[in-house]
Design a protein around this ligand. Structure first.
Ligand code: HGY
Ligand code: MN
Ligand code: MN
Ligand code: MN
Length: 413
């Protein structure tokens, strides 16, 4: 190996700017939702960049995209680095994209330094991590880890009417990359991601060594009543699903987070039919995102949600149905991998602190396949899933350096 590989922060910033331009919003964020034209454009740009460095490209039936820098022994399971390029509807420039572009910067640093290693290093761009256009989130990584692409996913419809199966086919068809089967053996998985919370910035600590990821449940609640005239229908004649929804929501906002500081309860989407100003609604649908680091407590919170919805629907003589859109138990990363990341960052003279992730990541599923670890870097005011999301260039560089050092540690094993 000639000189020690080093990242080039300027090149990383240039790449971040180029990808942020794809789906850029007027407020400085990004709207590049999963399997849209913008997602395909970003994938195509990455494939072009890979081609210019001689990295091979492949994809799988879940449209997960893989860029590979070959090692001396092609049969050895590769080290996988990765994250996602899809964003929230009003997302930021760094959620996902930093992890993918930092991984690309690591491959280029290895290439620039002429590093020859037995093991290949491969980048995964996971399909539909956000889950906001099609549930569940972390869809591509779940398909990779389980080797399955459930048929019921393929018929899922986005709010714009698009069918997931068609969008997957169009995305796969948009790239000149061979399609392989779902899942392949890997030696380990590493992901760099922004913290999406305030801890690291508050402590001015450049590297978060992620010890695990809290559990997440997504529930779809549907309340059906009877449409009626707003002016002529007295209370005891109403079957008002909005009244039931509001009662359940009020109770859950009053009880879940105020009583448990580690609980997270979010209602992000509500749909009312027919949505007419002067009709008692026929149906109300809303989503619940429920999280907790402790699996048993999360299960208890789900029971609490279901009971509140059941009581409220009975009081308003409505029909209730609740189904899960996503179910991710909490996970803990192996101490060997946590220590590898910690020691790699410290070797690069970067201060670290251990942290549990409040956000879920594709690493949740990869942790089922191989030794997995994550690296966090601070983001301004801890804001994410917001167009104001920002990472200082020196923190992006530090996180990428830590990813490079951890990569070298794995390659040296
Ligand atoms: O929702 C999440 O935790 C992830 O950032 N999509
Ligand atoms: Mn993300
Ligand atoms: Mn996200
Ligand atoms: Mn994620």
């Amino acid at each position: 190996m000639s000189g020690r590989p080093a990242i080039r922060p300027d090149r990383l910033q240039d790449r971040l700017a180029r990808f942020a331009a794809i789906g850029a919003t007027p407020k400085g964020g990004v709207d590049r939702q999963a399997l849209t034209q913008g997602d395909r454009q970003a994938r195509a740009l990455l494939v072009d960049l890979a081609g210019s460095r001689g990295f091979s490209v492949r994809q799988d039936a879940a449209a997960n995209l893989f860029l590979r820098r070959p090692g001396e022994d092609a049969d050895l399971p590769p080290l996988l680095l990765g994250s996602h390029l899809d964003t929230q509807p009003t997302g930021g420039r760094f959620d996902g994209a930093l992890g993918v572009l930092a991984a690309f910067e690591v491959l280029e640093a290895l290439e620039d330094a002429g590093v020859s290693a037995p093991r290949s290093v491969e980048i995964a761009v996971w399909t539909n991590e956000e889950g906001s256009r099609f549930a569940p989130g972390a869809m591509g990584s779940q398909a990779f880890a389980s080797g399955l692409l459930p048929a019921e996913w393929l018929d899922a419809r986005a709010s714009d009417g698009a069918r997931l199966g068609d969008e997957l086919a169009a995305t796969i068809g948009s790239l000149p990359a061979p399609v392989t089967s779902l899942g392949f053996p890997i030696a380990a998985y590493l992901e760099l991601h922004i913290e999406q919370g305030p801890v690291l910035e508050r402590e001015n600590t450049p590297i978060g060594v992620v010890t695990g990821i809290q559990g997440t449940l997504w529930l779809a609640v549907e309340l059906e009543g009877r449409a009626a005239h707003a002016g002529t229908t007295p209370l005891d004649f109403r079957q008002d699903p909005m009244r039931a929804a509001a009662t359940a929501m009020a109770e859950l906002y009053r009880t879940v987070m105020p009583t448990d500081p580690d609980a997270r309860f979010t209602i992000g989407r509500i749909e009312v039919q027919p949505g007419s100003i002067n009709s008692v609604p026929e149906s109300v649908r809303f989503t619940i995102d429920l999280r907790h680091p402790d699996a048993a407590v999360l299960a208890g919170l789900e029971r609490q949600v279901r009971a509140a919805c059941k009581n409220a629907s009975a009081d308003s003589a409505c029909r209730l149905s609740i189904h899960r859109l996503l179910d991710m138990p909490p996970i803990v990363f192996p101490e060997t991998m946590v220590r590898l990341v910690e020691e790699s960052a410290q070797r690069a003279k970067l201060a670290t602190r251990r942290i549990v992730s409040g956000a879920f990541h594709d690493a949740v599923h990869l942790a089922r396949c191989a030794p997995t670890a994550m690296i966090f870097c601070p983001c301004r005011d801890g804001i994410s899933h917001n167009e104001a999301e920002h990472v200082e260039p020196h923190f992006a560089a530090a996180g990428t350096t830590a990813l490079l050092e951890a990569t070298l540690s794995v390659l040296a094993r």
